[in-house]
Ligand binder design. Structure first.
Ligand code: C2E
Ligand code: MG
Ligand code: MG
Length: 449
């Protein structure tokens, strides 16, 4: 039996009964579920679709509620949920997560407009207040839930709540396109198969020898007939709170592709994948990833590239990333070094296995004096801090490679179109990369110029 759907007054009465009889012995949780997308769905697809969406989400919410709980729709696209009894604060956290996951289950609400995909999901935010810790009467609890929104958002990764998004105003046409794009992306991530890892080689050059050092797994989305690069959808996936699901798909791809890569390129071939700064500081998420990594025995080949899209305090990293922790030791690379939020403090504080120097610093390096000075400084840091591996990203021309080899030979791992574009795994298995041949050919071409 699922939790009853009641009106607001009945929910309030149920809560007040508990307040008057139970106190500490009967703690409960009042949650506020705000269906943020509903107004957009109403605007784009009409009242009928919005109503059907709301009913479908409520039905999903009811699935994880218990008979003693209740749920009441209010105005403003909000639903109140009363979790009637809780044994501990931890149970409250678990139940909220369950609620959030239920609310995020895929929907299938048809729309009138031809060519538009059905509504697959409705973005939402959940806030909550606990009795008796947060407030002692119903009105105060409700207010507290409203006000804890920013607080919960600070812990947002723990609950997976998407952040509130302020978008610039758009025409109806743009809004519809954007909404359809979001629905297709959600669909793709739910189905999993349209999302695939492509692999780009990293080549190590020592004296005159070029060998394949590893591959970076880069996500691609097969959207109908089009192959979409992450630049076009990662930000949207982040806003929709889909990055964790994406990372899981990437790990599954790597688990499936690794045997082939080991066969062709050796048992120790390194494969890296990208996690955002917010993901690596979410200890719960890292625990789940670690479980998958262990399950598929990936750890000895795997590198996590941290793409720093926000400042990342070293102390916020999970213990398994801290120096000296051997169990489940996950190797990490600092991506996009030299741009964005990459910090020198991070380098000093944690064990970095690989530093990846951003293409912005490397493009036409042979012509740019200031960039050359910066690269020399990075070379010194890598040497002094004994960072095991340094990758130079985005090398496209032999002139760039030549400069790097002559002036900063310790930055000796090259990733760039010069050696290979990101390709599906079968490409690298059927046509093993002969890095040595490319190096020799490039050198010949250059000397004959
Ligand atoms: P990144 O991790 O720094 O990856 C390198 C990007 O540079 C890739 O773009 C790659 O195709 C591109 N690149 C490599 N060599 C060259 C070159 O010689 N010239 C030029 N012009 N570009 C080159 P891509 O695949 O579009 O990825 C862009 C970014 O998206 C990645 O940058 C990474 O930050 C993010 N990303 C990729 N896959 C994932 C993923 O699975 N999860 C997350 N969270 N982010 C991802
Ligand atoms: Mg990367
Ligand atoms: Mg990079």
């Amino acid at each position: 039996m699922s939790a009853p759907l009641v009106n607001q007054a009945a929910l309030q009465q149920a809560a007040e009964q508990r307040i008057h009889t139970g106190h500490e012995s009967a703690p409960f949780l009042l949650a506020l579920v705000h269906l943020r997308d509903l107004s957009r769905i109403r605007r784009l697809h009409g009242e009928e679709t919005a109503r059907a969406t709301r009913e479908a989400v409520i039905a999903n919410l009811q699935r994880v509620l218990r008979p003693a709980d209740c749920i009441a729709p209010t105005q403003d696209d909000e639903q109140l949920v009363l979790f009637a009894t809780l044994r501990s604060a931890h149970e409250g956290t678990l139940r909220l997560r369950e609620l959030y996951e239920a609310a995020s289950l895929p929907l299938n609400i048809p729309v009138q407009e031809q060519g538009s995909p059905p509504v697959r999901a409705c973005a939402l935010t959940i806030a909550a207040a606990r009795f008796p810790q947060d407030a002692g009467d119903f009105a105060a609890l409700e207010q507290c839930a409203q006000q804890t929104l920013p607080l919960l958002r600070a812990e947002s990764k723990a609950f997976g709540f998407p952040e509130k998004i302020d978008r610039p105003s758009a025409s109806e046409e743009q809004e519809r396109e954007r909404f359809d794009f979001e629905q297709r992306l959600r669909d793709a991530i739910t189905q999993r198969t349209p999302i695939r890892a492509y692999y780009q080689p990293k080549v190590r050059i020592r004296s005159n020898e070029a060998t394949v050092h590893g591959f970076e797994a880069l996500v691609r989305w097969q959207d109908g007939g089009q192959l979409v690069s992450p630049g076009k959808f990662i930000t949207v996936a982040k806003e929709l709170d889909l990055l964790d699901a994406l990372a899981e798909i990437m790990l599954e791809n790597i688990a499936r592709d690794l045997d082939g890569l080991r066969d062709v390129y050796g048992e120790d071939i390194r494969v890296s994948y990208n996690l955002s700064a917010a993901q690596v500081t979410d200890h719960d998420f890292i625990r789940r990833q670690t479980r998958t990594i262990r399950q598929h025995d990936l750890a000895r080949n795997l590198i996590i590239e941290i793409t720093e899209d926000q400042y990342l305090p070293p102390e916020s990293l999970p213990p398994s990333f801290q120096p000296g922790v051997e169990s489940d030791h996950l190797r990490i690379a600092m991506d996009d070094f030299g741009t964005g939020f990459s910090s020198l403090a991070m380098l000093a504080r944690i064990n970095i296995d690989e530093i990846k120097i951003d293409r912005a610093l490397v493009q036409d390096i042979h012509l740019k004096k200031n960039h050359q000075h910066i690269l020399n400084a990075i070379d010194a840091i890598v040497t002094r801090l004994e960072i095991p591996h340094a990758v130079v990203e985005g090398v496209e021309t032999y002139d760039e490679l030549k400069y790097l080899r002559e002036h900063v030979p310790r930055l000796d791992i090259i990733q760039g179109f010069l050696f290979g574009h990101p390709e599906p795994v079968w490409h690298w298995l059927q046509h093993p990369l002969d890095a040595q041949a490319i190096l020799a050919k490039q050198a010949d071409a250059s000397s004959s110029r």
